[in-house]
Design a protein around this ligand. Structure first.
Ligand code: PAF
Length: 295
């Protein structure tokens, strides 16, 4: 496994692999890798001849009051997880190289970046789209892998890749959960035991929607009310039922729908979601990527 810190070197390594006729899978991350990331890496390794991981805690997607400084950095453990998953190259640039003095260029994906997480993190998707565009230039992959947990992020990156002709297929992989249902996140380490127990209400609220759906409920207001009731013990940021591609609020479950929640649990902000509708690769299992809803 090789590690490159420079965009030019990383790009050269990728172009050499491509010249050998090899396909490239890419998993962009901020490190602090967990089983969710490992599932992305294993799929990148399985579906491509070579797989590249990036590890970069991107300052542009954190507001000054957010957790950039204390975001977990676990480089040694990350290397071991990447190696075990079969990653062949890691791109780990320095912030000073990614954002040199007088840096002035940003990418924004209109409309999709409004709503949901933008409500409390208005800076966030500009930072994400910008860094992912830069990462895609350093790693000109065939496919890039993102987790469904950040469903608004995946929708934005998919649109950006299409609109800016990156020629990279965006693959969204199912949420990976702890045995008790909590969606895996690098930020779960911040939770105290009491907060972790309370945090379970996010996934519980989403899972119970299955029961409501089974008795034929399709009305967004009623579904959101049921989710809100279950999340009474956390500080709700949003509960949103939106078109899964456009992020536009919908009042009925019809077509591809994303039901997404965000809440503050103590000092930790957590997100989770489920998708409804036919996504082609979906499994009839709430803990998988999406449930197929007979409409
Ligand atoms: O999901 C993440 O880990 C980050 O937002 C990403 C996509 C690597 C950009 O910094």
């Amino acid at each position: 496994m090789v590690v490159h810190a420079s965009a030019a070197e990383m790009r050269r390594w990728c172009l050499e692999r491509k010249a050998e006729g090899k396909s490239l899978g890419f998993v962009p991350t901020m490190g602090a890798l967990h089983e969710g990331h490992a599932s992305l890496m294993r799929e990148a390794v399985r579906a491509n001849d070579c797989a590249v991981l990036s590890v970069f805690v991107n300052p542009a997607q954190f507001a000054p009051h957010e957790d950039f400084d204390r975001y977990p950095r676990t480089w040694g453990a990350d290397l071991a997880i990447a190696e075990k998953a079969g990653i062949q190259a890691i791109y780990a640039p320095k912030a000073s190289a990614m954002y040199p003095p007088n840096y002035a260029t940003y990418v924004q994906v209109e409309r999709l970046q409004d709503g949901l997480c933008s409500g409390t993190r208005p800076h966030f998707f500009k930072g994400v789209a910008t860094v992912v565009a830069k990462l895609f230039n350093a790693v000109p992959a065939d496919r890039a892998y993102f987790g469904q947990k950040d469903a608004q992020q995946s929708a934005i990156i998919r649109r950006m890749a299409r609109d800016l002709d990156f020629g990279i297929e965006i693959v969204e992989m199912p949420i990976v959960r702890e045995a008790d249902g909590l969606a895996m996140s690098s930020r779960n380490v911040y939770l105290s035991p009491e907060e972790r127990t309370r945090a379970l209400c996010l996934s519980r609220a989403l899972f119970q929607v299955e029961a409501v759906m089974k008795v034929g409920e399709r009305d967004a207001a009623k579904i959101i009310a049921a989710v809100r009731k279950e999340m009474a013990n956390v500080d709700i940021d949003y509960i949103a039922l939106v078109d899964a591609d456009e992020m536009i609020p919908r009042d009925r479950i019809e077509g591809k729908i994303l039901l997404a929640v965000a809440a503050q649990v103590g000092k930790t902000r957590l997100i989770d979601n489920i998708k409804f509708g036919n996504y082609g690769q979906s499994k009839p299992d709430l803990r998988g990527s999406a449930i197929e809803v007979p409409l």
